[in-house]
Ligand binder design. Structure first.
Ligand SMILES: Cc1ncc(COP(=O)(O)O)c(C=O)c1O
Length: 459
C-alpha cells in the first residue's frame, strides 16, 4: 500500500503520489511516533507553547471528539459556549454527556456573537458545581477572541480542564497584531485547524495539551479511535510545512496586516454597508479581542440581504466570501491572499455601496437565540423516535434534530429542546430570506421538522 505505488496514474499527479507514503521502513507511525513524526510534533508543540502536540488528519473535528472524550467522564457534564461547532455536540452525543450552555452576548454594533467571558464562566460554575470541564470557542467564526487567560484561571479554580476550540486560530501568536494562542494563555487542551488560516491542506489540524489535568494515555486512546489508522503523509507533510512557514513567517504576516489595514482604510468611506472591525477601532481592541483575519460586512439598514451581497460579490465580481447570514457576509484573509484580492474586494464593496439605499425598516438583524429552554437530555433525545410536523405546528414541541443555518452551523435549537414561538418565527424568517436552515425538510411545499414523540420523553 498505497495502491498507486507512488506513481502518477490517471488524474493522480506524480508529485502527489510521491509524497503519499505510509508506515513503511524508515518512516514513522502517527499512533506510535518514534522518529520523524515525533520530531515534527515536538517542533509544533514548541512553536505553539504546548507541552505535547498531536498531528490531526481528520480536521479539528477529530481533535474535538478526542479532547472532549478524554477530558470528561462518560455521562459527565460539560459546560460549552452555545456557539460551538457541531463536533462538540457530536462528542457529547457519543459520550452521553450532559450539556450546559454559556450564551454569548450579541455585539449590538454588528449583530455577531461575542466570545464568552470569564464572568459568564464564573457564574455558570458557581451555579453548577457538578460541571466536569469547560469548552469555549476562540476565535469565533467571526473572529472574536476570548479572554482565555482569565477564563483558564476561573476554570482551574474548580480543578477542572479548559478546552479551547481554536479551529480558526492557527495563526495566533505569529505577529504582534495577533492575540496569543490559547496554549500560551493556559488552556489544557487546544484544537486548531491548520488548514483554515495557514497554507495547509484541507483536514489538517493540531491538538495541543498542557498540564496535568488531562490523562495523556486516555487522550492517545481516543485519537486512535477517531483518527484513521492510515494517516496521510501528504497531510502531515503539509502540517509541517505550514507550521515552519508560520514560525519563520513574520514578513508574510506583516504583509497581511498591512493589506488588511489598507483595506479597512479604503472601506472607511462606505455610506450604507458597515464593516466590523472598522478602521477607527483602537489598535489594541483588535489585537486583543478581534482577529484581523476576519471581516464582517453588515447589510443592516440597507435594501440588500446578506445572501444577496454574497451572491453579487461572487457572480458580478468573482469574489468568494466565506459565508452569508441574513444580515452580514463574512470575508476571510490569510497570508495566501494577494494584494490584488484586497483591492478587488474594496472596489467591489465601494461600487455596490454606491448603488444601495438605506431603509429604515430593514432591521433584519434579529436577536440570536439566547436563553435556556425547557429540554430533555440531548444525547437521549437524538435517539428518540419522532414524527415530522409542519413548522407552523412545532411551537411547544421538543425538536428531534439540530436546527441551524449553515454555515456557521451554530444551533438555534439542539435535539431535546422545546421550540418557543420566537424560535419558530426566527426560522420562518430565515426561510423567507432564502437561507439554508438545516433540520428543516419540505413536504409538498410545506417546511417542517422532526419533533419527539411525547410518549418516549418521560422517565
Ligand atoms: C469553530 C469550529 N470548530 C471546529 C471546526 C471543525 O474543523 P475541521 O473542519 O477542521 O474539522 C470548524 C469548522 O468549520 C469550526 O468552524
Amino acid at each position: 500500500m498505497p495502491g498507486h505505488k507512488r506513481q502518477g496514474m490517471g488524474e493522480l499527479s506524480a508529485g502527489l503520489a510521491q509524497l503519499d507514503i505510509t508506515e513503511i521502513e524508515g518512516f514513522d507511525n502517527l499512533h506510535q511516533p518514534e522518529g520523524i513524526l515525533q520530531e515534527m510534533q515536538q517542533y509544533a508543540a514548541s512553536v505553539y507553547g504546548a507541552e505535547e502536540t498531536f498531528y490531526l488528519v481528520g480536521g479539528s473535528t477529530c481533535g474535538i471528539l478526542s479532547a472532549v472524550s478524554a477530558a470528561i467522564p462518560r455521562g459527565g457534564k460539560l459546560l460549552i459556549a452555545r456557539n460551538c461547532h457541531k463536533s462538540v455536540y457530536h462528542a457529547a452525543y457519543l459520550r452521553e454527556l450532559q450539556l450546559s450552555y454559556l450564551y454569548p452576548r450579541l455585539l449590538p454594533e454588528i449583530g455577531i456573537c461575542e466570545a464568552v467571558t470569564a464572568g459568564q464562566v464564573q457564574e455558570a460554575l458557581t451555579a453548577e458545581p457538578d460541571v466536569c470541564g469547560v469548552l469555549i470557542v476562540s476565535p469565533t467564526y467571526e473572529g472574536r477572541i476570548a479572554e482565555v487567560e482569565r477564563i483558564a484561571g476561573v476554570v482551574h479554580e474548580y480543578g477542572i480542564p479548559l478546552i479551547v476550540d481554536e479551529a480558526h486560530g492557527a495563526h495566533l501568536g505569529f505577529h504582534p497584531a495577533f492575540a496569543a494562542g490559547s496554549s500560551r494563555a493556559g488552556a489544557d487542551l487546544v484544537v486548531t485547524s491548520v488548514h483554515k488560516t495557514l497554507p495547509a491542506m484541507t483536514q489538517t489540524a493540531l491538538l495541543h495539551v498542557k498540564g496535568k489535568r488531562i490523562d495523556r494515555e486516555r487522550l492517545r486512546r481516543f485519537l486512535r479511535i477517531y483518527q484513521s489508522s492510515s494517516p496521510s503523509y501528504v497531510l502531515m507533510a503539509s502540517i509541517d510545512n505550514a507550521v515552519r512557514l508560520a514560525a519563520e513567517g513574520e514578513a508574510l504576516f506583516e504583509q497581511l496586516y498591512e493589506n488588511w489595514n489598507s483595506l479597512l482604510e479604503r472601506l472607511s468611506v462606505l455610506k450604507n454597508l458597515t464593516v466590523w472591525p472598522a478602521a477607527a477601532m483602537a489598535k489594541i481592541e483588535y489585537q486583543k479581542h478581534q482577529d484581523i483575519g476576519k471581516l464582517v460586512i453588515s447589510v443592516k439598514n440597507t435594501d440588500l440581504t446578506g445572501k444577496e451581497l454574497y451572491s453579487r460579490l461572487l457572480e458580478e465580481y468573482g469574489l468568494q466570501m466565506e459565508m452569508a447570514t441574513d444580515s452580514y457576509v463574512l470575508a476571510m484573509f490569510t497570508i495566501g491572499d494577494t494584494f490584488d484580492g484586497y483591492e478587488r474586494l474594496a472596489d467591489a464593496l465601494l461600487e455596490i455601496d454606491r448603488g444601495l439605499k438605506r431603509t429604515r425598516q430593514a432591521e433584519i438583524n434579529r436577536e440570536y437565540p439566547s436563553g435556556k429552554r425547557e429540554q430533555v437530555p440531548f444525547a437521549r433525545a437524538w435517539d428518540t423516535p419522532g414524527a415530522w410536523v409542519p413548522l407552523k405546528e412545532a411551537a411547544d414541541r421538543y425538536v428531534g434534530e439540530f436546527l441551524n443555518i449553515y454555515p456557521p452551523g451554530i444551533p438555534i435549537l439542539v435535539p431535546g429542546e422545546r421550540m418557543e414561538n420566537a424560535d419558530q418565527r426566527l426560522i420562518e424568517q430565515y426561510l423567507t430570506d432564502g437561507l439554508n436552515v438545516q433540520g428543516i425538510s419540505v413536504r409538498e411545499g410545506v417546511p417542517g421538522l422532526k419533533v419527539l414523540a411525547e410518549k418516549y420523553l418521560s422517565g
